[in-house]
Design a protein around this ligand. Structure first.
Ligand code: SF4
Ligand SMILES: [Zn+2]
Length: 304
């Protein structure tokens, strides 16, 4: 029901303890993105159970004063978390001396009046834009909002003095590896003026999704870790990446020999922003370079 773990987070250039909580809510109101299986974890447990989950977070806070709270949907969607519960949660955060709060929301729920309660916190809101290209977002992801919706939401946050985290996705289905890399680098350039931090999401195959169906039929491969390194080297400004399922067949992967080293390097880079960590080599880089050339023509993955 409630998932909790400790991790490190960058805070004003320093590395600090952070508690991450995923609470079970009725889930995302959209539920139509081709790669998303979060709906399978959502349950409508009612207001009391939700409040209980929130209260348990504070029992486990320890020394952490940075809190990430995710819902597998949108924290600001009042169908998921009512205004009353939001107020209760923020009161508890104030009592506990939380200094930074990180939440996620689709742009349609980011409205100035819902943000008033967050006054006094350093708030960072993650928005899953995935790409700055409206055609790709609509046809390859089915995200259901436009780049201009993202810009509006980002401006609302900025006017309140809050931080914007923009999630970009490598690689949406139906794109070749090379097209996905290009789209990501281009998107990062376009969102940089609105986003304080870019979070690079590397596709992993979630159960019960359209992307899983494509993958099952050999029509999709998650991105190579080489592509992730290339993208990270070419994005300027604060950029983070957590390669979920990195090195696994359902996640971003290379040959199996170099995956672990690259995943660790990406995680460390996310904390330190030191690009020299991304200089790694392995023989399978040649295969990846072939994939970049050939998959533009084959339109299906040629290498596992
Ligand atoms: S908006 Fe987010 S949570 Fe909702 S379906 Fe899309 S990826 Fe999943
Ligand atoms: Zn390798």
């Amino acid at each position: 029901m409630l998932k909790l773990w400790r991790e490190k987070e960058r805070y004003r250039g320093k590395i600090e303890d952070c508690l991450t909580a995923i609470i079970t809510t009725r889930g995302c109101s959209w539920r139509k993105c081709y790669m998303c299986g979060y709906w399978s974890e959502s349950r409508d447990l009612g207001e009391d159970a939700l409040k209980e989950q929130m209260d348990r977070i504070f029992e486990k806070l320890g020394d952490a004063r940075i809190l990430k709270i995710f819902t597998s949907g949108s924290f600001l969607d009042e169908k998921e978390i009512s205004a009353e519960l939001r107020t209760h949660f923020l009161d508890r955060c104030r009592e506990a001396g939380i200094k930074k709060l990180i939440i996620e929301s689709r742009p349609e729920f980011i409205e100035s009046e819902r943000l008033g309660d967050f006054r006094g916190f350093e708030l960072e809101v993650g928005i899953g834009l995935e790409t700055a290209n409206d055609f790709i977002r609509e046809n390859c992801i089915n995200k259901g909002f436009s780049f201009s919706d993202f810009v509006r939401a980002a401006e609302v946050l900025k006017r309140r003095g809050f931080r914007v985290k923009c999630y970009l996705l490598l690689k949406p289905p139906f794109l070749s590896e090379r097209e996905a890399i290009e789209d990501l680098i281009e998107s990062a350039g376009k969102v940089r003026r609105y986003a304080d931090v870019i979070s690079l999401n590397l596709m992993n195959i979630q159960k019960g999704t359209i992307v899983e169906k494509l993958w099952d039929r050999g029509l999709y491969r998650p991105p190579w870790l080489w592509s992730a390194l290339l993208v990270l080297k070419n994005i300027s400004g604060e950029t983070i990446c957590d390669p979920v399922a990195g090195g696994k067949i359902r996640g971003p992967h290379n040959c199996g020999k170099c995956d672990r080293e690259i995943v660790s390097a990406i995680r460390l880079f996310s904390l330190t922003q030191d690009k020299s960590l991304l200089e790694i080599d392995c023989e399978c880089k040649k295969v990846w370079l072939e994939a970049l050339k050939l998959e533009d023509y084959s339109r299906v993955p040629l290498f596992r």
